[in-house]
Design a protein around this ligand. Structure first.
Ligand SMILES: [Zn+2]
Length: 513
């Protein structure tokens, strides 16, 4: 069986989605999980785009050893230099340089002639090659490029030392047969093409990203790029979990497969959804809540008699065991720590103590603690960044009656350490809380989106709130989890404000050093 490399870009193309902003600790946590998922390459970010991205990529390159870590760079020396500073810590330093090759991008965006584009591409690959053993070169908007120009530029960048050639369908316009044909054309016409890896990168604007990716493999691609849960700009990228499961389930047909650890899919998907605040649609293939639910009577009857009548994928295949009750009220610190280790968490004693406290508080309210709950508690500890003074919720109280005006009173500790209290009304309980918090945080808040979902099942499930807003004109996202949705909402609101404050502090720090 031909092995196909999996290149995950959840932290770069996925993070570019509207409404997502991850801090370094969260990115690191996702990268560590992608390593368990067994991605061959992890694109950790775009180091030259911001100080925050640089730090995250560097931290990931220093930490992750089981997967190759890469970062995106434009075809300019300063981007390549900055990338090297972040990526040189990796076991096999890898850079991903891109340049547009379609007439529409060359004329309007780059304002360069095709000859100039070839020169820039060659120069940047040669320059990167001085430090990086692995250089991936992407022809941005490859699918809408002239096929003969593509042959020409790819031939030249291979001569310059590129080790991987990526041919993206940047705007998600291709059909499977057309996208496959582009790979075949290059395979047949570029001298030396067998020396490099060919990579597919598909967007899902017409819902064909996974199908296009498979067509590329059938025509010579050795690497596939995509994201967990199909995150990404606009309609997103090819969903890696769908791709890996499709190749596995239909191995009777395909002569190729990936080394993805399929039983890490559920956990990877949930972690990405939790930390990005991007909910997974219930009917999403492989990882949706309903992906294994059989509703109709005829289907249920069939399933009871023989599971394979209607089930082609088992929940166990992707590591779905969320209904498992793992710990209860009387479980001790020792059992808790053992479970945390068994779940793959590496926490300091201090963090275990903090997580255990949160577990005890939850166990007082909730009889049985499931694995889903534990993941949330432990991940929350794992992603705590070093202490910087931010707003902290002390208490929230809401008065609500269907015949009266909802009123919230909230107290918070400010970044300066002062206890602040306010009360305010709203047309609903959540609005009353938001109005009160807006007075407390001293700034202009404009709420863009607000969502509450439950984690796991049952009437005592944890509630997760996600808040999208602009704070003093800049957009930010916050999320938090609590047993009560009103408390979760207040915490998510403050989380969004705090992220913005931390970012601002980092930026002013970057300017002073
Ligand atoms: Zn893309």
């Amino acid at each position: 069986m031909r092995k196909i490399d999996v290149f995950d870009t959840t932290l770069r193309d996925g993070e570019q989605s509207a409404g997502i902003n991850l801090n370094t600790a969260e990115k690191l946590e996702i990268a560590r999980q992608l390593e368990r998922f067994n991605a061959d390459v992890i694109e950790a970010g775009f180091p030259a785009s911001s100080q925050g991205d640089f730090e995250a990529v560097k931290k990931i390159a220093q930490t992750v050893k089981g997967s190759i870590v890469t970062g995106l760079a434009r075809s300019i020396k300063s981007d390549i230099d900055t990338s090297w500073e972040a990526l040189k810590y990796g076991e096999q330093p890898h850079i991903h340089i891109f340049l547009a090759t379609s007439p529409i991008h060359m004329t309007h965006k780059l304002k360069k002639t095709p000859d100039q584009v070839v020169d820039i591409a060659v120069e940047s690959v040669k320059y990167a090659k001085k430090n990086f053993p692995l250089v991936q070169w992407s022809a941005e908007d490859a699918f809408r490029s002239d096929p003969d120009f593509l042959v020409r530029v790819v031939k030249e960048v291979i001569k310059a030392g590129a080790t991987t050639i990526n041919l993206p369908d940047t705007v998600g316009y291709a059909t499977p047969s057309e996208y496959g044909a582009m790979f075949r054309h290059l395979k047949e016409n570029v001298p030396g093409i067998d020396r490099v890896k060919l990579s597919a990168h598909c967007h899902n604007d017409l819902g064909m990203a996974v199908a296009n990716t498979i067509a590329a493999i059938e025509n010579g691609a050795d690497q596939v790029e995509g994201t967990i849960n199909g995150l990404g700009e606009r309609a997103g990228n090819a969903a890696l979990e769908e791709l890996a499961v499709a190749l596995h389930i239909r191995k009777d047909k395909f002569t190729f497969g990936t080394d993805v650890k399929l039983d890490e899919i559920k956990r990877t998907s949930q972690l990405v959804s939790q930390l990005t605040g991007m909910a997974i649609q219930a009917n999403k293939a492989v990882v949706g809540k309903n992906a294994f639910a059989h509703e109709s009577g005829i289907h249920q009857d069939g399933m009871l008699k023989e599971r394979t009548t209607y089930e082609i994928i088992t929940p166990e295949l992707i590591g779905e065991n969320s209904t498992q009750i793992v710990l209860g009220k009387h479980s001790g610190r020792h059992a808790f720590k053992d479970k945390a280790i068994a779940l793959g968490f590496e926490l300091s004693d201090e963090k275990i103590t903090e997580a255990f406290k949160a577990f005890k508080a939850l166990a007082d309210k909730k009889k049985e603690i499931s694995e889903d709950d534990l993941y949330v508690l432990l991940t929350d500890q794992q992603i705590q960044e070093e202490e910087v003074p931010v707003y902290e919720l002390k208490s929230v109280q809401v008065q609500y009656g269907n015949g009266s005006i909802p009123t919230a009173s909230v107290s918070v500790i400010s970044p300066d350490g002062d206890l602040l209290q306010e009360a305010s009304t709203g047309s609903g309980s959540v609005e009353a809380i938001c109005n009160t918090l807006e007075r407390l945080v001293q700034g202009k808040v404009h709420l863009l989106d607000y969502r509450v979902t439950s984690i796991g099942k049952g009437r005592d499930a944890l509630g997760e709130a996600v808040v999208n807003m602009t704070y003093n004109g800049k957009s930010t996202t916050g999320r938090d989890v609590a047993q009560d949705v009103l408390e979760a909402s207040a915490k998510a609101y403050l989380n969004a404000i705090n992220r913005q404050l931390v970012n601002e502090r980092k930026r002013s720090y970057a300017k002073t050093v």
